[in-house]
Design a protein around this ligand. Structure first.
Ligand SMILES: Nc1ncnc2c1ncn2[C@@H]1O[C@H](COP(=O)(O)OP(=O)(O)OP(=O)(O)O)[C@@H](O)[C@H]1O
Length: 328
């Protein structure tokens, strides 16, 4: 593992047992993340993004189970830690933010109480200093009149404000890794843009690594350094943001790019990828994207493609990547 890698996920497999059989929600997922870098984890609903995030946090409850892989955080495999050690890491070094800020916020406590208690739980500082830190972090998250917000209860804040506070709480103890599971999806586009740029500034400033989970490629376009595209539990393409967005190799990634809202059509979705993601209980023998792919061949129907390197850290799970001729 290279010295600047904060996180290295190798061969992660997380399954859910259901009455109908075992669902491979995450299958053979591998990626690395350097210190201070932002990874955008992208894919349609049900592709395994959240389960990947929760697996890293080791927050998979039965009927789910991590069945294979390594999650190296600063070289230590999180899957081998005792639950107590993991709890310590979760409280101090790794944080998660959710689509619903109320997963983080306590509805019956004022914002200042929640923030001060968070600081005091993680450092030996005074209450006055903790309050100062809380106010400064709210300010850095673009919250005007932070003093007033500190005195509010969560229900007195707007949705965007609640999410800013929840993110500020995650940043308070300066974790080394934040996993953000669609925290801006429910917000309107303007607020989403503001929050993205504040989070980007703060993580750069603090040197925090960030995994940003989203179904929306346009969100990660301006935010991430690296992108991993998931489909049916697997990474189908990964690489630097410019490589993946400017030179997509997987037909699915190209489909996602083509379905982004066009600015001159007032946000109407164009060229949606036809068809639906496959049932994880009945995956085809070959490529999981086979049914929906315009470049499919008999090989794709019969064999599962591996994630092949294409130089510069760009990799694709496809027999006939974009740019190469499809055999007749
Ligand atoms: N508790 C569960 N029981 C059974 N299957 C589950 C459970 N949780 C997740 N799964 C399976 O894992 C798959 C991936 O779920 P996941 O939440 O990671 O998708 P996602 O890409 O984050 O989608 P979304 O954007 O909708 O959250 C689901 O399609 C489902 O089949």
């Amino acid at each position: 593992m290279s010295a600047d890698k904060l996180l290295e996920v190798r061969g992660l497999r997380t399954h859910f047992s259901t009455r109908a059989g075992a669902v491979a929600a995450v299958d053979e997922v591998s990626f690395g993340l350097e210190r201070g870098k932002i990874l955008g984890l992208v894919g349609e609903s049900g592709s395994g993004k959240s389960v990947t995030g929760f697996s890293i946090m080791r927050l998979i409850d039965p009927p789910g189970r991590i069945v294979a892989g390594e999650i190296l955080f600063k070289g230590r495999d999180l899957l081998r830690l005792r639950e107590k050690e993991m709890q310590h890491l979760r409280g101090n070094r790794i944080a998660m933010i959710f689509q619903d800020p109320m997963m983080t916020l306590n509805p019956v406590l004022r914002v200042d109480v929640q923030m001060i208690e968070t600081v005091l739980a993680h450092s030996n500082t005074s209450r006055a200093r903790a309050r100062e830190l809380a106010r400064d972090t709210l300010g850095a998250m673009g919250i005007s009149s932070p003093e007033e917000r500190l005195m509010a209860y969560p229900h007195q804040l707007s949705g965007g404000m609640r999410q800013r506070v929840a993110i500020a709480i995650a940043l308070l103890h300066r974790p080394e890794l934040i996993i953000a599971d669609e925290p801006t999806t429910a917000l309107d586009v303007t607020i989403q843009g503001q929050i993205l740029s504040e989070v980007q500034n703060l993580t750069r400033q603090y040197g925090t690594s960030l995994i940003w989970i989203t179904h929306d490629l346009s969100v990660v376009a301006g935010l991430a350094d690296e992108i991993a595209v998931m489909y049916a539990g697997r990474i189908v393409e990964q690489g630097g943001v410019d490589d993946v967005l400017d030179r997509p190799l997987h037909p699915y990634t190209l489909g996602l790019l083509n379905s982004l809202p066009s600015s001159n059509r007032h946000g109407r979705r164009l060229n949606q990828i036809p068809g639906m993601a496959p049932n994880l209980l009945a995956l085809p023998a070959g490529c999981a994207f086979f049914e929906r792919c315009t470049r499919r061949t008999v090989q794709c129907e019969q064999q599962r493609p591996a994630l092949d390197p294409h130089g510069n850290g760009h990799a694709v799970r496809c027999f006939h990547p974009i740019g190469q001729e499809v055999p007749a």
